[in-house]
Design a protein around this ligand. Structure first.
Ligand code: FAD
Ligand code: SIN
Length: 522
C-alpha cells in the first residue's frame, strides 16, 4: 500500500507532535502524516518529570545566566550560537505551550512555581507536579486530534528511509547528494509493509536508552532513528556522549527504571553513601547540584568503594507536605515499595538516560540529506555539547521543531514531483524465527553495553565490546535477511547499530569530556 502526503513525521513525542501542529497551521492545505510505532502517547516525553528550563521573567533571571549554565554543563563542546538561539527563543515556545493548553504549577501568589535542577544557577524549571511530560503529551495529542490536515497512524514502525538508493538502485548512490522521499513502514496490526511518501520527512524518533540494562527510557527508545539515518548515510556526531541520570530508583527487576527527578535534589534532598555520609563534598563544591555527569560518576565511585549497588537520597529533613505537593508521583511510588520518605532514605543508582549525540542538524533542523529534518533527542544540534544541562531537552525539541516547520513552510515546493518510488522488496524466505533468540540477543547487547561502555570506559573494554557486538551483528543480519519482519527483529537491528556507533565514536575520542570518561585519559 502507498500512502502519499506532503510531510511525513516519524515519532509522536514532543518533537514530532509540536512540529506537526506548527506545520499544519502554517500549511493548512497540505497533508501531514504522523506515524508512531506504539500507542500515540508512548515516548520518552511521556515520562519527563522535572520540566522545561526557561528564562521567563527577566527581572529574576537572565538569558546570559541560562546560557552560561548550559555551556558549563556541556564541558566546552557546545555550539555557542545554537545555545544562544535556543535559550533566547525559550520564552516564546513556552507561551505557545501555554496556548496549546499545557498546565504548569503556580505558587500561592499566582506566579509560576519554578523548580531547580543540577547545573542551574537559578530556579527556572517550569513543571506540572512531577509529571510534566505526561501533561505535555496529553495537551499536544489533543491539539493534533483537532487538526483536519493531520493523519495519525499508531502501531506503524518506520523501517528505513527511502532515498535515491531505493528509487534508482545502487549505481546512483555514488552521487554524494541524497534526498529523502519518505519511509518504508511496518504495520504491526496487518503485518504489511507500507510505503509512505512525502516531499519532506521529519525524524523525531527519540533516544536509545534501551541499549543499556538499566535505563529510565521506555521500551520504545531503541535508537531506530539513528539506525535509519546511519543506513541512509546521514551525518552523525557525538555518539560517545551518553548521559547517565544519577538517581534512578534502585528496585531490582523493575524495567525501565523509575526516575527520582533531579528536581528532588533541587528541592533540597541529600545524597548519602551506605554509611550515611553526604559524600558529594569530596567531588564538587556544588554538591548534589553539580552537573549530572559529575554526580553520576561520584555515585559510581562511591558504589565501587563501598561494594554497594546503590546510594541513598535523603528527603527526611524536607517539608513533607510541600514535597508531596511537588512530587506526588514519586511519593506514591515510594509508598508502593514501603519506603516511608518521612524517615527512610530512598535507594538510588545511575541509569542510562539521554543521548547527547545523534543526527547532525543545522539551526533549522535540516540534516545532511535533502528534505530530511530531525528534531528532539534523535538529533545532534550542538546545544548539549558533551553533557546536557537538566531540562534543556524538551526545550531543544520545541525550538528545533518550530524552526523546521518555519523553514519547510518557507521553502515548500507546490510543483514538487515525487520520483517513482518502488514498494518494499521482500527478500525473506518467510521463515519464522524463534522469538526467544531475539530476546537473548537484545539482553546480550544490553549486557555488553553496561559492562564495557558505561559511565567509566577504557580502550580495552571498548575493544571487548566491539568484538562481542560483532557476533550479534552477524547473527542479526542472517535473521534479518531471511526471516519474516517483526518489530522485535527491527528493534534489535537498530539497537546493535546504535551500540556499534556509541562504541566506535568512543574509540575515537582521546580526551575525557562530559558524558565520556575513560580510565585511559584520566
Ligand atoms: P520521544 O518523546 O522519545 O518520542 C519518540 C517517538 O518516536 C515515540 O513516539 C516513539 O514511539 C516513536 N518512534 C521511535 N522509533 C520509531 C519508529 N521506528 N517508527 C515509528 N515511530 C518511532 N527532558 C527534559 O527536558 N526535562 C525533563 O524533565 C525530562 N525528564 C525525563 C524523564 C525521563 C524518565 C526520561 C526518560 C527522559 C526525560 N527527559 C527530560 C528527556 C526528554 O524526555 C526527552 O529527551 C524528550 O522527551 C525527547 O522527545 P522526542 O520527541 O525527541 O522523543
Ligand atoms: C529529571 O527530572 O531529573 C529529568 C530531567 C531531565 O532529564 O532533563
Amino acid at each position: 500500500m502507498k500512502i502519499q502526503s506532503d510531510i511525513l513525521v516519524i515519532g509522536s513525542g514532543i518533537a514530532g507532535l509540536s512540529f506537526a501542529i506548527k506545520a499544519a497551521e502554517l500549511l493548512p492545505d497540505k497533508k501531514i502524516t504522523i506515524i508512531t510505532k506504539n500507542t500515540k502517547e508512548e515516548s520518552n516525553t511521556k515520562y519527563a518529570q522535572g520540566g522545561i528550563a526557561t528564562v521567563y521573567d527577566l527581572t529574576k533571571d537572565s538569558y546570559e545566566a541560562h546560557i552560561k549554565d548550559t555551556l558549563i554543563a556541556g564541558d566546552g563542546l557546545c555550539d555557542k550560537e545554537v545555545v544562544r538561539m535556543v535559550i533566547t527563543q525559550a520564552t516564546k515556545r513556552l507561551d505557545e505551550l501555554l496556548n496549546w493548553g499545557v498546565s504548569f504549577d503556580k505558587n500561592q501568589d499566582g506566579e509560576f512555581d519554578l523548580g531547580k535542577e543540577g547545573g542551574h544557577s537559578k530556579n527556572r524549571i517550569f513543571h506540572y507536579k512531577d509529571v510534566t511530560g505526561y501533561e505535555i503529551e496529553r495537551s499536544l495529542l489533543k491539539i493534533v486530534s483537532q487538526k483536519r490536515n493531520i493523519d495519525f497512524y499508531d502501531y506503524h514502525y518506520a523501517i528505513d528511509l527511502i532515498t535515491e538508493h531505493q528509487v534508482f538502485g545502487d549505481l546512483i548512490s555514488l552521487d554524494s547528494d541524497k534526498t529523502v522521499f519518505g519511509a518504508y513502514v511496518f504495520d504491526e496490526k496487518t503485518k504489511e509493509i507500507k510505503t509512505f511518501t512525502a516531499q519532506y520527512t521529519l525524524l523525531a524518533t527519540g533516544g536509545s536508552g534501551q541499549v543499556y540494562e538499566t535505563t529510565t527510557n521506555p521500551f520504545v527508545a531503541t535508537g531506530d532513528g539513528i539506525g535509519m539515518a546511519y543506513r541512509a548515510k546521514a551525518r552523525l556526531a557525538d555518539m560517545e556522549f551518553i548521559q547517565f541520570h544519577p538517581t534512578a530508583l534502585y528496585n531490582p527487576g523493575e524495567s525501565p527504571a523509575f526516575l527520582i527527578s533531579e528536581a528532588v535534589r533541587g528541592f533540597g534532598a541529600y545524597l548519602r553513601n551506605n554509611k550515611g555520609e553526604r559524600f558529594m563534598k569530596k567531588y564538587d563544591e556544588r554538591m548534589e547540584l553539580a552537573p549530572r555527569d559529575i554526580v553520576a560518576r561520584a555515585i559510581d565511585t562511591e558504589m565501587k568503594l563501598h561494594g554497594s549497588k546503590y546510594v541513598y537520597l535523603d528527603v527526611t529533613h524536607l517539608d513533607y507536605n510541600a514535597f508531596v505537593k511537588h512530587f506526588p508521583n514519586i511519593t506514591k511510588k515510594c509508598e508502593s515499595l514501603n519506603i516511608d520518605i518521612k524517615k527512610d532514605y530512598i535507594p538510588v543508582a545511575p541509569a542510562a538516560h539521554y543521548m547527547m549525540g545523534g543526527i547532525v542538524v543545522d539551526k533549522n533542523a535540516r540534516t545532511s540529506i535533502k528534505n530530511l529534518f530531525a528534531s528532539g533527542e534523535v538529533s545532534r544540534t550542538g546545544l548539549h555539547g558533551a553533557n546536557r544541562l537538566a531540562s534543556n531537552s524538551l526545550l531543544e525539541a520545541l525550538v528545533f521543531s518550530h524552526n523546521a516547520a518555519m523553514d519547510i513552510a518557507k521553502h515548500f515546493d507546490t510543483n514538487y514531483k515525487l520520483p517513482p518510488v518502488p514498494g518494499w522488496i521482500d527478500t525473506s524466505t518467510d521463515r519464522t524465527m524463534e522469538k526467544i533468540l531475539i530476546t537473548h540477543d537484545r539482553n546480550e547487547v544490553k549486557t555488553i553495553m553496561s559492562n564495557y561502555v558505561g559511565i567509566v570506559r577504557s580502550n580495552e573494554r571498548l575493544l571487548r565490546a566491539l568484538r562481542r557486538l560483532y557476533v550479534l551483528y552477524q547473527d542479526n543480519k542472517r535473521l534479518y535477511d531471511h526471516s519474516e519482519i517483526t518489530t522485535d527483529l527491527l528493534e534489535l537491528r537498530n539497537l546493535i547499530t546504535t551500540a556499534y556507533l556509541i562504541i566506535e565514536f568512543s574509540r575515537k575520542r582521546k580526551e575525557n569530556k562530559g558524558g565520556f570518561y575513560s580510565i585511559d585519559f584520566s
